[in-house]
Design a protein around this ligand. Sequence first.
Ligand code: ATP
Ligand code: MG
Length: 593
Amino acid sequence: MKQSRLLIHTLREVPRDADVVSQQLMMRAGMIQKVAAGIYDYLPLALRSIRKFEQIVREELERDGCQELLMPTVQPAELWQESGRWQFYGPELRRFKDRKEADFCLGPTHEEVVTDIVRGRVNSYKQLPMNLFQIQTKFRDEIRPRFGLMRGREFIMKDGYSFHADDADADREYWAMFAAYKRIFSRVGVKFRPVEADSGAIGGSFTHEFHVLAGSGEDAILSCDRCEYTSNIEKTEAPRLPYPHAHEPVLGLQHAHFHTPGIIAMEEQARAFRDAEHDGLPLDHASKYYLFRASKGEASWDIGLVLRSDHEPNTVKLKNLVGADFLELVPVEEAESRAGTRSGFIGPVEIEVPTYADASLEGAFNLTCGANRDGYHHFGFRPDRDLKHFKGFHDLRLAAEGDACTRCEGGHYQAFRGIEVGQVFKLGTKYSKSMSCTFLDKEGKENPMVMGCYGIGITRTVAAVIEQNHDADGIVWPWPVAPFEVHLLNLDPGNPEVSAVAEQVERDLEAEGFEVLHDDREGLSPGAKFKDADLLGFPLRLMVGSKGLKDGVIELKDRRTKELEKFPPGEGLARVRAARERIMGELAAAAGR
Ligand code: ATP
Ligand code: MG
């Protein structure tokens, strides 16, 4: 392919509205163009990477017997009403009416549509299991579309759905898809981790996310330095820490004796105690208190949470524990008027709501907490003794880097940032029950199918590859998803001898199936071509120029290692072949580790 014919426009400057590296580089490399917030054109270079990744996904899924189909983007409200999600799904679900005033939505996911397909065609255990997938454009009206292709509103997803006669078979498929995802991301050539993730409060369901590791990732991951345990921080089990003052005499709750004037914000409580330390009160005597509003459907109720002051609340754990769909802090003004004090002095004792305590407070006493009176705190607080509606000690804090691993002896958590590129989810019978997707078993009895669903963000993955693989000069593509494999630079297109050699090398490489972008553009300095080649970041760069040819050589440069080889033009094909072998060998070795 000749670069002079390619739809591409590279930029020297970083576009102003691009806030992450992948977005900056994709825009600078002429791969994408923003059409509206979270909506992009995938220009030819980007589409080549996207298609390559799709092909890897297809091949690995088909190896496991998955079948590809294609469902519509536009979905009728009826199906969503049947599953119950029409009311429940937030504003990410773009609802609209057609000209006949019928309700529709743009599909953010396809559980309803696929369940409708299967229930009409599969009705015997003999037809199960069944695993269907599609690669298709999704629309989610994200509240904050950002980071280019990483969080778009319109994006390409691979979504797969499986149907089973029983739980055990659904589990088998779950682990088969888990293994397929590992093969897929290994083949791409990225560093990734499967992590245990939160599955919400649905009984019988469990899930893993697949994360590409990158400092810019939106998700925090904790991984044990000793065992395999890796999880999204939303889900990471926090170790229970013993109360450090267990040797002290147990005091009763002392009211309003601890005067802490001028501390207003709740977050400043811990600092107040630290200051108070001069008056003899150690920091880990302090507790902190949050007042949350939980909701589920129409119902909403308030709950309290007590934590050690140096711990952070894990709202996902709390939400699941209380069986809520949403959890938010009670607005400050409301909490203040309820407590009759300013926010720094709000405490759990006098506020009569169901109150939960973090497990690391179990056995703790002589704690401080807000006394619900301006300027005052209690001392001698013990949650299980002093709270009227005490709901017990549970793991409700965010685990942190350095915490002891709960799954092994002697391991500690290390923190990583990750970009969620895929997720496998055991759904159970949530959709098959609500949408009557049933089958007759061997005994002729009717049962709901057990389902799983499996997603991969296709466009997000391509962006994540760049987040992980770039340097100051541009993208550093892993071979398997690079738009082109070889960037052939003609450094003197005006010189017929140079052009003849470049043409010959291009033909040789293409005849062997290499994907070559031939920079034949005239009127550009070699320096400008090098800059563009670094920016586009294809794995190999082959340079043909009059200076080299005078010495009888052309040059090959590895984008990642920057290693340079010089050899006669006739060796071009063999050298590129050898470089590919080496690069693919390194990839395979990295995947095996
Ligand atoms: P997130 O938590 O990042 O919003 P999600 O968990 O809601 O994602 P899923 O429903 O699991 O997403 O969708 C499957 C995959 O689709 C995700 O793992 C992710 O790779 C991709 N994806 C989800 N939302 C977006 C988006 N707004 N833009 C690009 N890709 C997305
Ligand atoms: Mg997800």
